[in-house]
Design a protein around this ligand. Sequence first.
Ligand SMILES: C=CC1=C(C)c2cc3[nH]c(cc4nc(cc5[nH]c(cc1n2)c(C)c5CCC(=O)O)C(CCC(=O)O)=C4C)c(C)c3C=C
Ligand SMILES: [Fe+2]
Length: 524
Amino acid sequence: MWSLMGIGGLGFWFRRWDSSAYLHSWCSVPCPSRLSLSRTYSIKSSSIGSATGLCLGQCCRIKPLSCKCKLGRSSQPPPDSRQHFSASSSASEAVLTAQSDIRKLFVANEKIGVLLLNLGGPETLDDVQPFLFNLFADPDIIRLPRVFRFLQKPLAQFISVARAPKSKEGYASIGGGSPLRQITDAQGEALMEALCGKDIPAKVYVGMRYWHPFTEEAIEQIKKDGITKLVVLPLYPQFSISTSGSSLRLLESIFREDEYLVNMQHTVIPSWYQREGYIKAMTTLIEKELLKFPKPQKVMIFFSAHGVPLAYVEEAGDPYKAEMEECVDLIMEELEKRGMANPCTLAYQSRVGPVEWLKPYTDETIIALGQRGVKSLLAVPISFVSEHIETLEEIDVEYKELALQSGIKHWGRVPALGCEPTFISDLADAVIESLPYVGAMAVSNLEARQSLVPLGSVEELLAVYDSKRDMLPPPVIVWEWGWTKSAETWNGRAAMLAVLALLVLEVTTGQGLLHQWGVLPPLP
Ligand SMILES: C=CC1=C(C)c2cc3[nH]c(cc4nc(cc5[nH]c(cc1n2)c(C)c5CCC(=O)O)C(CCC(=O)O)=C4C)c(C)c3C=C
Ligand SMILES: [Fe+2]
């Protein structure tokens, strides 16, 4: 599959990562083959917005990671921020321009910033409920029909209070909080050093979606530091509306409101699962763990990705499943090149709530594999690059136990990439490769803004998703009697409607259990 970097409708620049020599060319239509590079889009100031309820300024101080290299001098974005990255007449000229002149063109007199976007996680058990509130208050996580949109926050309050005890148990079992902040900070530090080592002095910022340091805090710091060129890099290898999409939507709403940001040159790398360095780093980790099994060639490689509700993919066009499947294919191809021909399976974990999620489910698949006589299983967390509650608790404890109960004799788990050097170096390359595109669309005249990538761009994806948001997921077609998944789904939906009705009553009358418990404030 092609991944494309677009230049203002002129054409696309692409690179074959699986060849020893890079091929570059100009092409006016997407070309059907597996040649890839992380796609780079700019956030378009369009009409998509998101009310987050997060407060700027009230949160803890954010410390930018700083580089020992000298940063450029300018402190304001240039008045005309349209960058001139001239299209070369031949492919080889484009290569030369892109590779050897990047530093001169894009570093001199500039302050480069890299904004790492991530989910965030509660640092203490007291943070768990407010963290869950932020998560469930996100309209990209809980989709409500338009008429019920005003209930987003009361519903988030209700669900977060109800889920907090179970979540707290999970976080307590991994040491009382999420390791996500520490790991992401370390990745930022390592990325900055890698960029420094490649002669790109840059500051790296971390912006979390649901906990500190919030994206808004990172943006404040970026403004204070006078960053003139910003590369936005979500730390999710595959794009989903619920993860990178949600963070980008928030960022877009922040950019739209702010004169400084409107004029700051920026670009976004929405997904990078197909990059050579990432694929190779993942393959090396898998290879290492395989060799720990008594019979490595007999091991089933079990990719477990975080799930999303099925409707995201089937109704809203979320590319998450397709990107995940392609990512698994690429890793398995790389393993094969290294002489390993193990069987593999992909399943989806961590489902929450009463709707259908992407299938097959991880727990059901483990049981089925055990029944089929699989004896050795190597779990590979694939949707995330840091250890977190779902690797440390769900996979290492719950799924391991389930596997052993299901007849699996040998269990292993591949660690998350964290600060693995090949991976970090590849992220640094992704940032450097995106620099020529920084600012390609940041022009002062809002009307003149063009999407860098006309098809499949972030804003289009989000717009399609928005148009579908008003519909509840379709009914399950096959009806079965008894306590089935379908019955569970319908029970969940009925419960959700009942909760919504109760919430409407509470919010309009100011009376009810939530007011008595102090969950909702009294009516003025
Ligand atoms: C690619 C990764 C992720 C996707 C896709 C995703 C979608 C998604 N998640 C929820 C609900 C919850 N997620 C929670 C934690 C959590 N989610 C991810 C990643 C993805 N989520 C991570 C890395 C974490 C853990 C962060 C940490 O603290 O270590 C939680 C809270 C934990 C719990 O109670 O289980 C919830 C809830 C939904 C509904 C969703 C898609 C719509
Ligand atoms: Fe999640």
